[in-house]
Each structure stands twice: as C-alpha cells, then as structure tokens.
Ligand binder design. Structure first.
Ligand code: ADP
Ligand code: MG
Length: 584
C-alpha cells in the first residue's frame, strides 16, 4: 500500500484547475512546497544558469522520502498523499493537495528523482528519470534519506512557453522571491540557495520570524522593525513592520502568510498600509512581514491553481483587525530613534572641512531680529493650536535655536540632539485638531470680512461641486452672482485669517486636480487646511514660540511625522554624535 492515491474524477473536477508551471520559479516553489510538506528541516536549492537562462534546478530535502512505488505514482496526474476527497480541503494543513505539480513539471522537462524513505525501512533508494511525462529509467541506488529532484531542459518541448521567459536575472530574481516567501512562512526549515556554486540565500532553522528576516534581508533591517500583534477568536496576527522612515514606492515588500502559506492579497496589504494612516505619504508603502493564523474553516485555498490567492470568510473583520494591530504597534513606538541620519554621517566623513567664514550681516548665521509682523503672525498661528493637558509623547527637550528659520534645534535631557521641521510639526498639530473638530462637526470661525472670490467659469464649476465638501471641512462659502463666491467662515484651525490670501490659497489648493481626484477628498481638505494654517518654513520664531511649538507637538497622537508622512523630528543621540566626531 502506498500513501499516494489518484483522486477520483469527481474530486478532480472540484479543484481549481490551471497551469502551475509558468517559469523556473514556479518549479522551485512547487518542489519546495513538497519538501516542506514532507517534514524537511533542511532544504537546498541548487540552480545553474548560462547565457541562455536557467539550465537546471535541483532541490534536495531531508524529508520523509518515498518508496519506489510511491515515487513512480507521484508523477501521475492528480496523485497525492495529502487529501482523499474534497471534504478534506477545509481542514488541509499541507501546502499541496492538487496532485498536479510533479506531473505538470515532468510533462515539460526532464526530471531526475532520487529518494529514500525515512526510518530505514528501505535498504536502497529509488532513482527515476521522467521525460515529457514518461518514466524512461527506474533503478535502485544508494541514497540518503529524503528526496532530491533535479529539473533540466524546462519547456524543451513547449517552445511557445520558453519564449515567454524573461532575462536570466529576472528569472533568478523570481526564484529568490519564491524561496524568500516560503522561508518567511517556515522558520522551522533551514533554506539554502546556491547559484552556479555560490551561496545566495541562507536561513537558519529557528522559531523566530525575526531570525528568518535577518537571514534573508540582513540584521540591520531586522533590528529596525516593530513587532505587531493582534487577536480575534478565530485569528492570530503576528509579524514585524517597518518604521515609517523605511518606506517603499510600492506594496511589493508587504509579505503575508496565512497558516504557513505565502499568499498575495491586495486587501491585506491595503489593511497594513491603512494602519500607518498619515505616518506615511500617500504613495509610500511599508515593509511588512505579516503572519496570520486563521481557523482553517475560514480559509478557502481552492481558488487558484498556484494557491497564491485564498478566499477568506469574515475578511472585513480580519482586515480591520490587521489595520488596528499595525496602528497600535506604531503608536507604542519611539519612531524617531532610528530615523537619522546615516547620509549625514557619510557626508561628514567624505567632505574636506571648510574654514568657517565670519558671518556677514544678512546672511545665514548672522544675528537676526525678526520683524514684528512676522512674530505676531507666528504667535497667532501658535495660539490657535494651544491646548490644555494631554499626554507627552516626545522625550523632554529644550530648544536651543533655529537653523535657516526652518528647523528648531533642541537638546534632550540625555544629550540627544533634535532637529524639528517647524512647518511639518505645526502641520501635524493642526491636522490632528482639524480632524477632531471635523469629526465633532464644530470649529468654523466666522471671518471679520468675507473674502470674495471671482473665478473663471471652469474653476467656479469646480468650486460649486466642492461646496458640500468645503462645508464639511468647516468652510462656509456662498455663491452670489455669476462665478462669484463669498467665503464667510473658515475652519477654526485657520483662525480668523485677516489675510484673504490664505483663504484664496486654501481654496485654490482644493480646486487643484490633486485634491479633486484624491481618493479621500475629505482627507485632502484637512491636509490643505493644516498646511495653509501652519507656521511657515522661513518664519523666525522666538525662544518662547519654539518652546510652545514643541510642547504642542508632544501632545499630538503621532508627533513623529507630518500628515503627509514626512518626519517632523530627527534625532542624533549622544552616541551617534560621538561616533561622528570619532570619539570612540
Ligand atoms: P501534491 O503536493 O499536491 O500532493 P505533487 O505533484 O506536488 O502533488 O506531489 C505528489 C505527491 O508526491 C505528494 O502528495 C507526495 O506524497 C509526493 N512527494 C512529492 N515530493 C515529495 C518529497 N519531496 N518528499 C516526499 N514526498 C514527495
Ligand atoms: Mg505539491
């Protein structure tokens, strides 16, 4: 009796059908999945390539192996040891279950298999050569326990598919990607990838995902990550996510596994991104490694032939819990610590020191007395955002001064040097308050003099369109006469703006294409109001104003970034400063 059986036609018909072998990386993925399902603890992937592309893939595992009879059956279509019938699928724990991979691979390549079952039952191992789906050689050989499968001449008999292959490096990159995905989901296995004799990837066997991440992407990335945790009765969320300072231009670095299966899910990636909220700019994505354990009854794996996609019941609850877990993980962390400033260090290392010229009047560095108007404007802006109480989320720091009238320089109690972007910081403060007022549907401030806008027809049509949105954001705008509008009130965060220019600017921003087409226009309004109402870069601040700004920033919920996700605070701790000056 063998453990492998051919599924009955009824069951076969109910399993998602389709091609699984698209490229060398698909072969690697299927062979690795089989090795993992066989209970391996150590897997070697050996890839050879020449100018024409990948010429050979060999996967060696120390799993349970197969008898000679099983090995021959394994290449039959729909032959599997993993399920008996369709009912088994709802509790399936193995990665494979279709019984199709070996048959499909052997149909389009030359495959050599050497295997011996674990446990010493069989004295010798089995060697099989399968070409174009036919077993062309079968003999007994001496072999270690476990299985080695070598695949050569992939697509030799399907030139059309061979034509679709990309450059050697692209195919290799896909191979590494396939290994990384499985390695992340299976820390219990040590993976090693060798290409043309050189080791390319190596992970240790370990219980911790963080160790695997370190093995794949380096200790530095691993150290900078923040752990995520969450739970629902049918769900456990674990994993690691990047600080906002470590972001990417696309979501491809958000990796997700469900019950040990590496999957692609736009919904889950979006949930992770959502958890960052305004900590990241709109078009940036985090690096994340999310591990989900979900009751198998809620996960339908029978959706896609390559099993890269699954269907989740209660998906809303699951994505909601993921977003919340990410948000919570970030809220509990001092996000600035890792933000600085390797580039600065490098710059200092390579630049010749320049003699410091004596400051000339009117140039940066020269003593400057801010004009009265400038200071009172900043004062008004800061007064509007003054609040009582609240928790301090920034380390205590004392301002020392300003650089370029743009950055506040401050010292922490432990000798940390902080640079604060005054505009970004005030934007964050305003943004939080506008959101609060917006959600409380309060916070309109009547203007002493309405601001009148006469607009060209196109703009006025846009403004008419945007009226409900503006009202929601705290603007009271009335149309009177053709293409003429009166702004009677603005969000309290903008203050009683004596300066009609600010109102015009804010409205112009709102009418700009970006705001009109933004996926969340309400959010866009809030950002614009925060930006326009905030202390400007280039405004000189008194010591007292700097202090107030820092105190207000410390009481926001996410003081480390502005609503566009840019950093507000950059820190250089004493150790870093010492290193920069080579003090040891
Ligand atoms: P599936 O994984 O869906 O069952 P495959 O075609 O990938 O289908 O493999 C067929 C069968 O061959 C598996 O069910 C398993 O019993 C056996 N097999 C394949 N690879 C290995 C391996 N590396 N070690 C032990 N058994 C294997
Ligand atoms: Mg398989």
């Amino acid at each position: 009796m063998t453990k492998i059986r051919v599924l009955d036609p009824d069951t076969v018909n109910q399993i998602a059908a389709g091609e699984v072998v698209e490229r060398p990386a698909s072969v690697v993925k299927e062979l690795l999945e089989n090795a993992i399902d066989a209970g391996s603890t150590s897997i070697l992937v050996d890839v050879a390539s020449d100018m024409t592309g990948i010429t050979k893939i060999r996967v060696t595992d120390n799993g349970e192996g197969m008898t000679g009879e099983e090995a021959a059956l394994a290449f039959t279509p729909h032959a599997t040891s993993k399920i008996r019938d369709i009912a088994d699928l709802c509790a399936v724990r193995t990665l494979g279950f279709r019984g199709e991979a070996l048959a499909s691979i052997a149909a389009v390549a030359e495959v050599t298999l050497v295997t011996r079952p674990r446990g010493g039952g069989a004295l010798a191992g089995t060697r099989l050569v399968v070409r174009g789906g036919e077993i062309v050689e079968k003999n007994e050989v001496g072999a270690p326990e476990g299985t080695t499968i070598a695949v050569e001449r992939l697509f030799y008999n399907t030139p059309a598919r061979r034509k679709f292959l990309k450059s050697r490096n692209t195919e290799l990159a896909h191979v590494y990607g396939a290994v990384e995905n499985l390695a992340l989901a299976h820390g219990e296995v040590a993976f090693r990838v060798v290409h043309n004799g050189k080791e390319r990837v190596a992970t240790q066997r370990s219980e911790g995902l963080l160790n695997t991440i370190a093995g794949l992407y380096g200790a530095e990335l691993a150290r900078s990550l923040v752990p995520v945790e969450g739970r629902l009765p049918f769900l456990r969320i674990g994993g690691y996510i990047s600080r906002p300072s470590e972001s990417r231009g696309n979501p491809s670095q958000i990796s997700v596994s469900i019950n040990g299966r590496s999957i692609a899910s736009r919904q889950i990636a979006a949930a992770v991104r959502e958890g960052y909220g305004t900590l990241l700019p709109k078009d940036r994505y985090p690096v994340a490694f999310i591990e989900l354990s979900i009751d198998t009854g809620l996960v339908d794996v029978n959706v896609h032939p390559t099993k890269r996609e699954v269907r989740l019941s209660r998906e809303r609850e699951i994505t909601g819990a993921i977003a919340a877990a990410v948000e919570e993980a970030l809220a509990g962390h001092d996000l600035a610590r890792e933000a600085p400033a390797e580039p600065v260090q490098q710059q200092i290392a390579v630049q010749e020191p320049e003699p410091i010229p004596a400051p000339a009047a009117g140039e940066p560095g020269a003593p400057y007395t801010a004009g009265h108007r400038e200071l009172t404007l900043s004062d008004k802006q800061l007064r509007r955002t003054e609040t009582e109480g609240g928790e301090n989320l920034l380390p205590a720091m004392e301002p020392i001064g300003q650089v370029a009238a743009t950055y506040i320089v401050a010292e922490g109690a432990d000798g940390t040097l902080y640079l604060i972007d005054q505009h970004a910081a005030h934007e964050r403060i305003l943004y939080d308050q506008v959101v609060e007022q917006r959600d409380a549907a309060s916070g309109s401030q009547e203007l002493i003099m309405p601001v009148v806008l006469s607009l060209p027809p196109k703009e006025s049509a846009a403004l008419r369109d945007a009226l409900p949105l503006l009202a929601d954001g705290g603007f009271v705008v009335e149309e009177f006469g053709r293409d003429t509008f009166a702004v009677r009130a603005v969000p309290a965060a903008l203050g009683a703006v004596e300066d009609p220019g600010t109102v015009r600017e804010a409205i112009a921003d709102l009418l700009a294409d970006e705001a009109r087409t933004a996926p969340d226009r309400r959010e866009a309004v809030t950002c614009i109001v925060a930006c326009r109402g905030a202390v400007k870069a280039g405004a000189h601040l008194t010591h007292d104003q700097q202090k107030r700004l820092l105190a207000q920033l410390a009481r926001t919920k996410t003081p480390w970034t502005c609503p566009h996700g840019r950093p507000t605070v950059v820190a250089f701790d004493k150790r870093k400063l010492d290193r920069m000056f080579r003090r040891g």
